[in-house]
Design a protein around this ligand. Structure first.
Ligand code: ZN
Ligand code: ZN
Length: 154
């Protein structure tokens, strides 16, 4: 990297003095248990409030669904084999470098959707419905469109 460019563009970085850092570290070490207990207690208390648990569950489910929807929309919103377009039936499929479909990664977890969104939608994914997905997963082909050799039937 060009040194001059780097210098001109670097922002002043706040540097804590070694003493201060040492102080903070000590302080945290001494009160570690207190900190841990505090956050544990807070969580336990929150769970006791009627409805909070359910609210937590629903809000995490909602955010999962919206992540899922945005990802599925991005990849066309329908099964790339049979055209099924009900979100409930759709899943994201990882295209493993083409061919060898039997060894495809079969992932269907909420984490995947967040991950794909974070990575700005890489083009190694496509949408498949659960039918086509499971046929491809178990047999290596889908009677709708993919032949046994993994080629598209027309
Ligand atoms: Zn399908
Ligand atoms: Zn199919």
């Amino acid at each position: 990297m060009n040194r001059k460019y780097f210098q001109n563009n670097s922002k002043p970085i706040y540097k804590m003095s070694e003493e201060k850092r040492e102080y903070h570290r000590d302080y945290y070490d001494k009160h570690k248990d207190k900190y841990r207990k505090y956050s544990k207690d807070r969580q336990a208390k929150a769970r006791l409030i009627p409805g909070v648990r359910e609210k937590m569950r629903i809000s995490s489910l909602k955010s999962q669904h919206s992540a899922r929807r945005s990802v599925i929309d991005h990849y066309g919103g329908k099964c790339s084999c049979c055209g099924e377009s009900h979100y409930e039936f759709l899943a994201i499929d990882h295209i493993n470098g083409g061919g060898t479909r039997l060894r495809r990664e079969k992932i269907e977890s909420s984490r995947l959707y967040y991950e794909i969104r974070r990575k700005a939608f890489p083009d190694t994914y496509r949408v498949l419905c659960h039918n086509c997905n499971s046929s491809l997963g178990s047999y290596g082909y889908c009677p709708h469109k993919f032949s046994k050799d993994g080629e598209w039937l027309s």
